[in-house]
Ligand binder design. Structure first.
Ligand SMILES: Cc1cc2nc3c(=O)[nH]c(=O)nc-3n(C[C@H](O)[C@H](O)[C@H](O)COP(=O)(O)OP(=O)(O)OC[C@H]3O[C@@H](n4cnc5c(N)ncnc54)[C@H](O)[C@@H]3O)c2cc1C
Length: 391
């Protein structure tokens, strides 16, 4: 993780000057945590069963998910970029574990900005403390790209809502304590906080999938779930705004996880290239190999500088002003690292195709990042839409 660290150092020192030192100490401690506790679990966390809750709670309690949030609720009030580099570090160790924290963060982020005092007390604080895990339930079997068409219904009856519908691909659903569910009311899409133990909420068994395997997802059904009005997040009809707010942060997190995957792939490719002997040569001696490594590093560096920059702006600008930049960050970085990890399989030759080496895990994992939180084509639509406003 030497290069990851020096890349972060260079950026933070150029932005924060002397103040960077205190941030680098934090990043160092995150790197050490991942080296000591996560790296040797990387392959184990790539199985189709959930990562043990002990590991998740331990990582949450270490503070990976609390970095940018107010101290009042249990956060550290550090720059958003430190959080993003932390997610990159964690993804280097295990992309699946980083994915679990990201899904939980979506709910933390929504509660932090839109929650009432009561909601912050009951739901945000335990999440930031690392005592609870959360899931965000938006996608439905009839489509996830266009959240305006959500079919799950929330009917208001007195000071309660009765919610019925079906959600799919919900990361953390089998292990979550708290759900943030998006449903349609007579006034439009609205977000609701629902504890996992309420009557009528059914979590299906995990769906087997290509990558990010230890971060299980499943279907969630709501059958006349009764939700008190105090558990509505924001106003009726504010759901789309809340979702957009969460997604802008989420897209930068997706980019950070992709960067962590890219860092891990490049480290492994480089080590293999300098050690693999072919006749009288080392693999690295071949000019084409040097070129491939240089191309991968170019994509990775461009993705890093851009993503770090957008993360830095998260503390400087209004979130909605970062819509286009967050989409560019996700699109460029996830698709770029998909290419890097695809190339890595080829560089490892036959070994790259084996489960023993499991180099294909990175390709499988990053593919998921090009779909979740808006597919690459949806990112292209957002970028084009925002660009049009400035032309
Ligand atoms: C690893 C992973 C984790 C996930 N975790 C969660 C989670 O925690 N919570 C959650 O709610 N969801 C989650 N999802 C679901 C994810 O957000 C959706 O799969 C994604 O938004 C796409 O929705 P869809 O699968 O319904 O595809 P669809 O919306 O049916 O799209 C199918 C295809 O059509 C394209 N398309 C759609 N609309 C347009 C358009 N207007 N113009 C051009 N092309 C279009 C898409 O790009 C895509 O290629 C997860 C998915 C994955 C893979």
């Amino acid at each position: 993780m030497k290069k990851l660290k020096s890349d972060a150092e260079l950026f933070l020192e150029s932005i924060y000057g002397e103040r960077a030192e205190e941030y680098l100490i934090i990043i160092n401690s995150m790197i050490n945590y991942v080296k000591e506790r996560i790296l040797n679990k990387r392959n184990e966390f790539d199985s189709n069963s959930p990562i043990s809750k002990d590991y998740i709670y331990d990582t949450l309690k270490f503070g990976f998910n609390s970095i940018p949030y107010n101290k009042e609720y249990g956060g550290f009030e550090l720059p958003y970029i430190i959080y993003i580099i932390g997610m990159e570090v964690l993804a280097y160790g295990s992309p699946a574990l980083a994915n679990i924290l990201w899904a939980s963060n979506s709910v933390i982020d929504g509660l932090h900005y839109f929650g009432s005092n009561l909601q912050k007390e009951y739901y945000l604080k335990p999440l930031l403390k690392g005592d609870k895990i959360a899931a965000i339930a938006m996608t439905e079997p009839t489509g996830g790209s266009l959240i305006e068409y959500i079919k799950t219904k929330a009917e208001k009856k007195g000071d309660q809502y009765i919610i019925s519908g079906k959600k799919v691909f919900i990361t953390n659903a089998p292990i979550a304590d708290i759900f943030l569910v998006f449903a349609n009311t007579s006034n439009g899409i609205t977000a609701f906080i629902i504890p996992s133990n309420v009557e009528g909420l059914k979590i299906d068994k995990p769906i087997r999938k290509l990558g990010l395997r230890g971060a299980v997802f499943s279907e969630v059904s709501l059958d006349n779930v009764v939700v008190p009005i105090e558990n509505r997040l924001g106003e009726e009809g504010e759901g789309i705004n809340i979702a957009r707010h969460i997604f802008i942060g989420g897209r930068i997190i997706a980019a950070a996880i992709a960067l962590g995957i890219g860092d891990a792939v490049l480290d492994q490719v480089y080590q293999y290239a300098i050690s693999r002997e072919l006749g009288n040569h080392k693999l690295i001696d071949f000019q084409i190999l040097k070129e491939k490594i240089a191309n991968s590093e170019t994509i990775l560096q461009a993705g890093k500088i851009y993503t770090y920059y957008v993360a830095y702006l998260m503390d400087k600008m209004l979130r909605q002003e970062l819509n286009e930049l967050a989409s560019i960050s996700k699109l460029f970085t996830t698709e770029g690292v998909l290419n890097i990890s695809n190339e890595a399989i080829s560089i490892f030759g036959g070994y790259g195709y084996t489960d023993d080496l499991n180099i294909h895990m990175y390709w499988r994992d990053v593919k998921g990042l090009t779909i979740t939180e808006g597919t690459s084509d949806i990112q292209r639509l957002i970028i084009q839409h925002e660009l049009k406003k400035r032309m």
